[in-house]
Design a protein around this ligand. Structure first.
Ligand SMILES: [Zn+2]
Length: 258
C-alpha cells in the first residue's frame, strides 16, 4: 500500500504498540506498528498523540471489541486486502452446507464492518462495503439471511449509516418471500423494518431500479462508502496491484456469476 511506503520502500518505523482486545483476563493482545495504525485510524491517532496513559504505556484497550474481527482488521492494515475468503465450494450440491458457509461469510463481513467503528477507520469500512457488494453480486449469496444481522447493525450504528442501507438492500434483493418464515416477532429492529418498507416501495415505484440490482449498479461507486467529502481509499492507491481485487476472495475457478 502506498501509505506504507517511503521512496518506494516499505517503511513502518520501529515503534510498536499493544492493542488489548476483549475483556480481561480472557483478552487477546495484538502487536501493531504504531505508524501504521495511527495513519489509518483517527481513534489510535488521538489515543497515542497526547500524554494519555495509552501513549505512555503503549497499550490501548478495546474491551468491547471482538478479537477475531480485530485480527482481520490487522490483516487489512498490513496488506490492504480484506480477509473475507469464501468458505467451501459455493457450487456444492450439499444445500445445508452451502447455507452454513454463506452465513459464516456474511457474519465475517458484518462483524468486520462493525469492528471498524472502534478504530473509526473509514477506509477499512469502505473496503469491506466494496467486498460486501462483490459478495452480494454472486448468485449464491441469496442463501444467506442478511436480515438476521439487522439487530447488531442497527444497535451499533446511527440513522443514515451506509451499512444499514447495505443490509436493507441485501435483504430486498437476495431474499425470497418465504425467507420470513420462522422469524420471531421481536427479532427485527423497528428501524430496520421501516427502512425495508421504504426501500421496497422505492423499488416498486422505480422501474429502472427494479431491473438493476444495487450490487451491479453501485459496484465501483462510493454509494455505500462513509468517507463523505474525504478522499476515497481507492484514490489513495496509486498502483492497480494494490487495489483490493475481490476476485481474489474466491478460490480459483469459482469466480463467475453464472
Ligand atoms: Zn469512496
Amino acid at each position: 500500500m502506498e501509505r506504507l511506503h517511503k521512496n518506494g520502500i516499505l517503511d513502518l518505523g520501529t515503534k510498536v504498540i499493544t492493542v488489548r482486545v476483549g475483556q480481561e483476563p480472557s483478552h487477546t493482545d495484538f502487536t501493531v506498528h504504531e505508524s501504521l495504525i495511527r495513519k489509518s485510524s483517527p481513534f489510535f491517532e488521538a489515543a497515542l498523540s497526547r500524554q494519555w496513559r495509552e501513549a505512555t504505556e503503549r497499550l490501548v484497550k478495546l474491551p468491547e471489541a471482538d478479537a477475531q474481527a480485530f485480527k482481520l482488521y490487522v490483516h487489512w492494515l498490513y496488506t490492504g486486502h480484506p480477509n473475507i475468503f469464501i468458505t467451501g465450494n459455493p457450487h456444492s450440491s450439499d444445500r445445508t452446507q452451502l447455507v452454513k458457509d454463506r452465513e459464516i461469510e456474511l457474519t465475517k463481513l458484518v462483524q468486520g464492518y462493525l469492528l471498524g467503528d472502534y478504530p473509526q477507520d473509514c477506509d477499512y469500512k469502505d473496503t469491506l462495503a466494496d467486498a460486501f457488494l462483490e459478495w452480494g453480486s454472486r448468485f449464491w449469496s441469496g442463501l444467506a439471511q442478511p436480515f438476521k444481522h439487522a439487530a447488531p447493525i442497527y444497535s451499533s450504528t446511527t440513522k443514515g449509516s451506509p451499512v444499514r442501507e447495505l443490509i436493507v438492500d441485501f435483504t430486498l434483493w437476495t431474499q425470497r418471500h418465504t425467507c420470513w418464515d420462522g422469524v420471531g416477532d421481536d427479532e427485527l429492529p423497528n428501524a430496520f423494518l421501516c427502512d425495508y418498507i421504504r426501500a421496497r416501495e422505492a423499488k416498486d415505484r422505480d422501474v429502472a431500479a427494479r431491473n438493476s440490482s444495487p450490487f451491479f449498479r453501485f459496484k465501483g461507486t462510493c454509494h455505500y462508502h462513509c468517507h463523505s467529502d474525504d478522499t476515497c481509499y481507492r484514490e489513495d492507491i496509486d498502483s492497480d496491484d494494490d487495489i483490493p481485487h475481490f476476485d481474489s476472495l474466491f478460490p480459483e475457478g469459482i469466480s463467475d456469476d453464472k
